[in-house]
Design a protein around this ligand. Structure first.
Ligand code: SF4
Length: 480
């Protein structure tokens, strides 16, 4: 659940370079977090080898795949609606096969085949390499399902095909699963126990991306700070590892350093961090390398110790403040962003006030804020009553959003009349005469195009701003 859901990306269809020998057509659309979008690239790479070219036209597809998210009921309802749409198209094109991938596949398993008659194929997040076998089952007229979670699958050996990207920034998956068991979260059930990917294969991917012209990567995982490679296997089994495996293990700080050194001109980001796992050595590594961006997405979910405990977040509000103080001390220019849940079971007005006062203390640069949505199968659903009325949840969320807006404005205004480094990513949505890019702190900046190009790292003098966007003019290339 600790993942950024980019609303503008929801339902996006992947488009690949076409291979003339490929005769079949794949329509694949994705919902949910960055992890799902990264997985869809892996799926596309597997099916490309199986003779599939991608299409954006649903009506001409031989195979339709939807990569799903279970984070909120609304996300699942959206997918159910899409299935209805596919069903209508299937009436015109009865040979078309439909598969459900991702978290909803893992959560509902064979129930999906029973409930949604249109679905031919159900594949969980650890079983994508089995797709060719499953597809031949489907072609033989059988329904196919593989929702087995794996101890060691990290897809380290599949080079994802980069799709729909701007050619500037890419995701690199480094861990899968999560061991934290936050009580509101489906991830431990849909994505299994935590395992890390071989650093060698991560570095190869990073180098390859640089050679292809990418300028920025985001190391991706449900809980990146928990990364630990000791030769493969589950994180929880590290205790049983041999002495030599323990001595040569690579943790997240070390991995960050390896990436920063491998490509010193490449910007490195990471997401998502869990406060209980973010250690000082990670912050110190960030300070040591210029190319590691000054931004930490550090979800806290609530400011109340009682609610943090009920959520099974393994830190207190005081420990969180200590972490924030350390970040501010070691990385004074670092932006910090949040995820917040309003109306978790049993949340009182006093708990809510604790959340607001925690926000006052941190003054986050930006955040992702939601009302609590009970997810079937989670510990909270089994053990707690969803007892905060919807109207109260909404009002508390409004308070949180309002306060965040004020803080974003304060933080953004602080950049006025300063010069920031911006990596140009795309044309501005508002004007084709302007570029849009992000600063190291992950703040969007727009400025006149002049002679600059996508992928350039430029110094921008900030002359104006909105609450979330910097406005300025480029004054030359940045040195990095
Ligand atoms: S840290 Fe908690 S919220 Fe984040 S993925 Fe793991 S269980 Fe879910």
């Amino acid at each position: 659940m600790e993942k950024i859901i980019d609303e503008s990306q929801q339902g996006k269809t992947l488009v690949l370079e076409q291979k003339s020998e490929n005769t079949r057509k794949l329509f694949i659309e994705s919902y949910g977090c960055a992890m799902n979008f990264s997985d869809s690239e892996i799926v596309a790479a597997i099916l490309f080898k199986e003779g599939y070219n991608t299409t954006q036209t649903l009506e001409e597809a031989d195979l339709v795949l939807v990569n799903t998210c279970s984070i909120r009921d609304k996300a699942e309802q959206t997918v159910r609606k899409r299935l209805e749409k596919y069903n209508a198209v299937k009436r015109i094109n009865p040979k078309m096969k439909v598969g459900v991938l991702g978290c909803m596949a893992e959560r509902l398993k064979s129930k999906l085949l029973e409930e949604e008659k249109i679905v031919d194929l159900v594949v969980g997040p650890d079983a994508y390499k089995d797709l060719p076998n499953l597809l031949s089952e489907v072609e033989d007229g059988r329904e196919a399902i593989n929702v087995l979670l794996s101890k060691d699958e990290t897809y380290g050996d599949i080079s994802p095909v980069r799709l729909n990207t701007n050619g500037v920034s890419a995701y690199v998956s480094i861990t899968r699963g999560c061991d934290n068991m936050c009580t509101f979260c489906v991830v431990p059930f849909t994505r299994g126990r935590e395992r890390s990917r071989d650093p060698q294969s991560i570095l190869e991917e990073v180098n390859d991306l640089w050679n292809k012209g990418y300028k920025e990567i985001t190391l991706l995982g449900q809980n990146v700070d928990s990364y630990l490679w000791y030769g493969g296997g589950l994180k929880k089994d590290f205790e049983k590892a041999s002495e030599i495996q323990k001595a040569t293990a690579v943790n997240f700080a070390k991995l960050l350093e390896l990436c920063a050194k491998a490509q010193p001109k490449m910007r490195i980001r990471f997401s998502t961090s869990n406060p209980q796992d973010l250690t000082l050595d990670v912050i110190e590594t960030m300070a040591k390398y210029n190319n590691i961006c000054d931004h930490i997405h550090l979800p806290v979910q609530s400011g109340s110790n009682r609610i943090l405990k009920a959520m099974n977040r393994l830190h207190t509000r005081e420990e969180y403040f200590e972490l924030i103080d350390n970040i501010r001390r070691i990385l004074p220019n670092c932006a910090i962003s949040q995820d917040m849940i309003a109306g978790f079971p049993t949340e009182t007005e006093a708990d809510h006030q604790d959340t607001l006062s925690l926000m006052e203390y941190v003054k986050y640069n930006f955040g992702y804020m939601f009302t609590y949505s009970e997810r079937p199968g989670t510990l909270a659903e089994r053990k707690m009553e969803d007892d905060v009325p919807e109207a109260v949840k909404k009002r508390r969320l409004d308070d949180i959003v309002q306060l965040q807006r004020q803080h974003s404005e304060i933080r953004t205004k602080a950049y006025l009349n300063t010069t920031v480094e911006v990596l140009i990513e795309r044309e501005s949505k508002k004007s084709d005469a302007e570029w849009s890019g992000r600063t190291s702190q992950n703040i969007v900046a727009v400025f006149p195009k002049e002679h600059y190009n996508i992928g350039d790292l430029v110094n921008v003098k900030v002359t104006d701003c909105t609450s979330a966007t910097l406005i300025g003019e480029a004054i030359g290339y940045a040195v990095n």
